[in-house]
Design a protein around this ligand. Structure first.
Ligand SMILES: Nc1nc2c(ncn2[C@@H]2O[C@H](COP(=O)(O)OP(=O)(O)OP(=O)(O)O)[C@@H](O)[C@H]2O)c(=O)[nH]1
Ligand SMILES: [Mg+2]
Length: 455
């Protein structure tokens, strides 16, 4: 069952303080306080222009004034007090907008700590918002995901989660599961009114439906794309133009290019964005049998990169005939692959046997010839719109929920239905971990330790 936040009993009486803006120099830096002493501390350290300290603070109003340590003025800035519960944490929250220099902000933070605040742990403001019941755990994590977003799609997924999309999906599933559990409990408690066969007949289709819906929400490939982007390995024998292609796609001279075969010895990685998804291109050492120790190590890394990639792009040199090395590579091509026949600006001598993967041609020296290849890569980044849950922690919990539901289904089909109760409970617990409806302190520590200080 969902626990009342107040019953969680984990709310700390301390007033916490932290610098909320990143380190380094910035026009403005923000210092944040939350807790019952926020107003008192703010009144002590911030002198509002033309006002006395005795005058009450109006909530949610910006005041201009001075940061003061006793008689000494430290900075000029703005301050706001947001009285709970209309605040991020539902406690009294104060924010000071000061000048954004490390020394200046550290000095201001020290001043607040001297006045009785405690330095906030990473994510502690958001943790308080969660404990106060203002947001659920999935939405708390969305805050971090939003901060960490490195592309349009990640950003969109985080906003969706922040607006409660994930919570709604999971809570709906949890409610359906509660209904199934209630039906089962009724069959167990009133066997004279509901027979076992009846109970099972009702439960099985509902379980099947729930499992299907949860499975639909777990789009493995899309989730991974969102988390890590599409990983593409550029492979091929030496001198076909892999590094040139990497540079042309990225639009910068990332990898060294020379006419000498065996130029690239190590992996060179660059990133670009296609359709709002990150694409990670890895240029590899040309694949060939060689006595050179360094090059051999490079070739081993190339194979590793190909094994780890979502897609291997085999580069061939169109200006020369196929070599035994090309043939070997073609034979070993993984399922997720494409071929790029390079050097189309030169007379063509390559005869390519029918390939089972898409083939593109162009020249790394003429970026305008790479459009079809880019469109193809873009198509490989398409995310499923059926994807409901995207964060690894949530996916893990959802997978466990599905596993338990499948076990329950199996039991219900073959044994008395009441034996499924434990698995249904396990599934409910796994769903509760996502929203934080069922949490323990260890899980919260694990989640919030990934946050930044001041959030
Ligand atoms: N004419 C022409 N030359 C190209 C093209 N692409 C690459 N080259 C040339 O081919 C040679 C090898 O290019 P690289 O990009 O270093 O080839 P690579 O596949 O990375 O080679 P290794 O690092 O040795 O495996 C260089 O002299 C490039 O200038 C192309 O489209 N047209
Ligand atoms: Mg190279």
């Amino acid at each position: 069952m969902r626990t009342d936040p107040a019953d969680r009993g984990l709310i700390s009486p301390d007033t916490i303080a932290a610098i909320a803006t990143p380190p380094g120099q910035g026009g403005i830096g923000i210092l944040r306080l939350s807790g019952s002493a926020a107003e008192a501390i703010l009144t002590t350290v911030f002198q509002r222009a033309g006002m006395s300290a005795a005058e009450a603070w109006e909530s949610h109003r910006m005041y201009y004034g001075w940061l003061r340590a006793g008689e000494e003025t430290l900075d000029e800035g703005m301050a706001v007090l947001m009285r709970g519960p209309r605040s991020y944490t539902r406690e009294d929250v104060a924010e000071l907008q000061l000048h954004g220099g490390d020394w200046n902000l550290q000095r201001a933070l020290t001043l607040c700590l001297e006045q009785g605040a405690r330095l906030a742990d990473p994510g502690e403001f958001t943790r308080r918002a969660f404990l106060a019941g203002r947001i659920d755990l999935a939405r708390a994590e969305a805050v971090m995901a939003l901060i960490a977003a490195r592309g349009e799609q990640q950003h969109r997924a985080a906003v969706r989660q922040l607006r409660g999309g994930v919570t709604a999906f999971v809570r709906q599933a949890a409610d359906d599961l509660f209904a199934i559990q209630a039906g089962l409990a009724a069959a167990i408690d009133y066997p004279e009114e509901i027979s076992e066969a009846e109970g099972t007949a009702k439960m099985i289709p509902r379980l099947e439906k729930l499992i299907a819906r949860l499975r639909d929400g777990i789009q493995e490939r899309s989730s991974r794309l969102l988390e890590e982007g599409l990983r593409v390995a550029l492979a091929g024998r030496p001198n076909v133009g892999k590094s040139s292609l990497l540079n042309a796609l990225l639009g910068e001279e990332k990898a060294i290019v020379t006419p000498i075969p065996g130029t690239t010895r190590d992996l060179v990685t660059g990133e670009m964005s296609l359709g709002g998804v990150r694409v990670q291109l890895t240029d590899t050492a040309g694949l060939r049998n060689t006595e050179d120790v360094v090059e051999r190590l490079g070739v081993a890394r190339s194979r590793q990169a190909m094994a780890e990639a979502d897609l291997t792009l085999l580069v061939l040199d169109g200006s020369g005939p196929m070599t035994p090395e090309d043939r070997e590579l073609l034979d070993q091509l993984p399922e997720e692959a494409a071929i790029f026949v390079n050097k189309q600006d030169l007379p063509q001598r390559l005869v390519l046997p029918g390939a089972r993967v898409p083939v593109f041609q162009g020249s790394a020296k003429r970026p305008e010839t790479l459009d079809a290849l880019k469109t193809f890569l873009r198509s490989r980044t398409a995310l499923s719109d059926r994807m409901a849950v995207t964060q690894p922690r949530h996916l893990d919990a959802l997978r466990r929920a599905v596993g338990s539901l499948e076990a329950a289904l199996e039991t219900a089909r073959t044994m008395p239905p009441d034996l499924a109760a434990t698995d249904l409970q396990a599934a409910q617990a796994a769903l509760g971990e996502i929203t934080g409806d069922q949490v323990d302190e260890k899980l919260l520590d694990a989640v919030f330790s990934q946050f930044c200080v001041g959030k």
